[in-house]
Design a protein. Structure first.
Length: 167
């Protein structure tokens, strides 16, 4: 379901999506896929634009800004009258089986930076997306898994805002 930012109420906070933790073997420009139950292959001809951690952080930033109708202020030194929620994400697994599926497992923490680093909420999730077909379908499944992660994080951020009400 697409969210139209014009229809979304504007969040009363900004986000700061921090660099995303990615397992070392995956955080490279080449795609890494599973072969069977325990094998992996590094695909020299199938590449991300940048290392996977940068790709995931950029996608999360874009999705969260849209879903929450707010801005990601990562890297900016600006003063704001709105609180900033830091978004910390650690990807535990990001597995792909070509022609089958993609599976993303991640943990996240939302921290209110103006409140001495008070943790608002923590979460964990596993996201499975079908990927029948070739590499274009595999890339779409990767993107859908990251979008599903962003939707869960956005839901947590909205719930934390409602429960704290001091925003």
């Amino acid at each position: 379901m697409e969210h139209d930012a014009a229809l979304q109420p504007r969040a009363s906070f900004l986000v700061n999506v921090l660099p995303v933790g990615i397992p070392n073997g995956l955080d490279q420009s080449q795609m890494v896929v599973r072969q069977g139950d325990s094998g992996v292959a590094v695909l020299e001809t199938e590449r991300w634009v940048s290392p996977l951690g940068d790709e995931v952080r950029g996608a999360l930033s874009s999705h969260l800004a849209m879903l929450l109708n707010t801005r990601d202020v990562a890297g900016l030194s600006m003063k704001s009258d709105k609180p900033v929620v830091m978004v910390k994400v650690q990807v535990r697994r990001f597995d792909a089986w070509p022609g089958q599926r993609v599976q993303l497992t991640a943990d996240w923490e939302l921290v209110l930076s103006e409140d001495s680093g008070h943790t608002l909420v923590t979460g964990t999730g596993r996201f499975d997306e079908g990927a029948p077909g070739g590499y274009p379908e595999l890339i779409r499944a990767y993107q859908q898994a990251v979008r599903a992660l962003a939707m869960r994080i956005a839901t947590d951020a909205q719930s934390a805002e409602i429960s704290r009400r001091r925003f």
